[in-house]
Design a protein around this ligand. Structure first.
Ligand code: CTP
Ligand code: MG
Length: 230
């Protein structure tokens, strides 16, 4: 039987760097909340069975989204850090996902995702035992810096920026994240947990418009990208 495909969307952050009155996943972008855009783009991928959204415990805005009642959308309560929210999402899938199923983790704050990029990720990794992530080669020259001083120049050809979705087998990802958190590691993306488990995630080139909305200046840029034809 072919593995099924699930998505976990961590959406329990507070958006500290955005500094807005509401968490950034609920800011309006081209007339709809950021999280609504993000989920619509994920649901446009027919291979996705269910999207599990990890929400903050105190979130009272979620019921206001039209996507909240979508039959393929489920919710759970997230945690203190992004990795805790992802793990909460994974645990909530345990009755419907098997160890060999695929799970794609995608940030709520990346509403400009192209459904085609998700399809490409699924196709490229279909036969892979581990999984991999969307990423972008760096266009800038990158420096390793300590205390405001350049220590060295990194080889640009070997440095990529990690995006989401990040796609791994359900069992492997859950175990790797649980172990990393027990070991007290700071885990900022799923690939890092897989690396700590001694495995090598693959890279699939993504699109530059798949930005993570982080600071106020990202909003007009995201609005521009959302207006582009897919
Ligand atoms: N996230 C989460 N649970 C947390 C922290 C973050 O689900 N405890 C989610 C965010 O909602 C976001 C994604 O993880 O969709 C990426 O995190 P980030 O861009 O850092 O969002 P915030 O943590 O909300 O922003 P900031 O770091 O500026 O506070
Ligand atoms: Mg954060």
């Amino acid at each position: 039987m072919r593995p099924h495909c699930f998505v976990v969307v961590p959406a329990a952050g507070s958006g500290r760097r955005m500094g807005a009155a509401v968490p950034k996943q609920y800011l309006e972008l081209a007339g709809r909340p950021v999280l609504q855009h993000t989920l619509e783009r994920l649901l446009a991928v027919k291979e996705v069975r269910h999207v599990m959204v990890a929400l903050a415990a105190e979130d009272d805005r979620w019921p206001g989204l039209s996507v909240a009642s979508h039959p393929r959308v489920l919710t759970t309560v997230g945690g203190a850090e992004r990795a805790d929210s992802v793990l909460a999402g994974l645990r909530s899938l345990e009755d419907i996902a098997t160890a060999e199923d695929w799970v794609l983790v995608h940030d709520a704050a990346r509403p400009c995702l192209r459904p085609d990029d998700v399809v490409r990720l699924l196709e490229r990794l279909a036969e892979d035992p581990v999984g991999g992530i969307l990423a972008l080669p760096s266009v800038d020259t990158l420096k390793e810096v300590e205390a405001g001083t350049i220590r060295k120049t990194l080889d640009r050809g070997r440095v990529w920026r990690a995006l989401t979705p990040q796609m791994f087998r359900y069992g492997l990802l859950r175990e790797s994240l649980e172990q990393a958190l027990v070991a007290g590691r700071v885990i900022t993306d799923e690939a890092n947990a897989i690396e700590h488990a001694g495995l090598q995630p693959k890279i699939v080139e993504g699109s530059p418009d798949n930005i993570k909305i982080t600071r106020p200046e990202d909003l007009p840029l995201a609005e521009f990208y959302l207006g582009q034809r897919l």
